[in-house]
Design a protein around this ligand. Structure first.
Ligand code: FPP
Length: 288
């Protein structure tokens, strides 16, 4: 995929960007042509035609969904309209991940810093979350999606906490797609909590401090048991991780898309996967 060399806003140039032209190419020649039933029609593990055809598909895609507010502002709409449209994009993205044979999808829906937003916007966001959990989980379950949540769920109202636990419980037998939603999540807080837990294990005599290597430490993180993300996508043109999966992102490929999250669809997902397939991952080793 060619990389963008210029962009509407002057001075905003990045080799990591995927241009609209790239997206049209992705539409014309989709990365993956999978005959997988749409969400709600079938459960079970999907075939992975892209992998079978030798195309490298990331096992774990993580997404920083950004640009809801700007999407709404451009249209003269309240921010909540962007968030509402953003939750429709979540649905499209889950479908795209299943269709592409991605096994793990992690989305950043609410950061620990988002609590600093005005009370009205927090009400809107938690209201959308409540609606999402009540309207989508049954269908996700039918589609073979396993749901998990990472972050400080204790800060949400107790009914939401109950819905989160129920969604995890109801979908725990599924394996077609592992969908993790980061809520009230911050990577530094996650790492600090893991350090406290590891220290407590040492003090309790369950862990030898000398044996606390990378793998052992990762087992104290909220993502224990999950593979690290291979690909992290951020929408809206911003290029930073914003306290998302900082430990886990060590070797992730980063793709920044010039699209606001509410407009994100399978063409953007496919374009990001195509860009990922082009990248050479060496994990610190040399080429030869
Ligand atoms: C970033 O846009 C987006 C968020 C802070 C929230 C993401 C929420 C959703 C996609 C909808 C709800 C999701 C679920 C799973 C129900 P922003 O508001 O920071 O946009 P801006 O940077 O343009 O202001």
């Amino acid at each position: 995929m060619p990389v963008i060399t210029k962009r509407a806003a002057p001075g905003f140039v990045s080799p990591g960007f995927v241009s609209e032209d790239d997206l049209s190419t992705a539409i014309a020649a989709p990365l993956v042509v999978a005959d997988v039933p749409p969400i709600g029609t079938s459960a079970g593990g999907p075939p992975n035609p892209a992998r079978a055809a030798g195309v490298i598909v990331p096992d774990h895609v993580a997404i920083i969904m950004d640009g809801n507010g700007r999407w709404a502002k451009l249209r003269g709409l309240p921010r909540v309209a962007g968030h509402r449209e953003g939750s429709r994009a979540v649905r499209r993205t889950v479908e795209a991940a299943i269709r592409s044979g991605v096994s793990w999808l992690t989305i950043y829906a609410f950061s620990s810093e988002n609590w600093r937003r005005p009370a009205g916007e927090i009400m809107d966001l938690t209201g959308l979350l409540r609606r999402y959990l009540r309207s989508e989980v049954a269908e996700l379950k039918q589609s073979g999606v396993r749901m998990r949540f990472i972050g400080d769920r204790g800060r949400f109202d107790s009914d939401i906490q109950g819905d989160l636990a129920a969604a995890e419980r109801d979908t725990e037998a599924n394996a077609r797609l592992n969908l993790t939603i980061a809520l009230s999540y911050g990577a530094r807080a996650e790492i600090a909590a893991a350090a406290r837990a590891a220290l407590a294990a040492v003090h309790a005599g369950c862990l030898d401090a000398g044996a606390l290597g990378e793998e052992a430490f990762a087992s104290f993180l909220a993502t224990a048991g999950m593979p690290d993300p291979d690909l992290i996508i951020r929408t809206s043109g911003e290029q930073r991780l914003s306290n998302f999966l900082l430990w886990q992102a060590a070797y992730a490929e980063l793709v920044f898309l010039d699209v606001f999250w509410p407009d994100f669809d399978h063409t953007h997902f496919d374009a990001a996967l195509k860009e990922f397939a082009r990248r050479e991952r060496r994990f610190g080793a040399s080429k030869d």
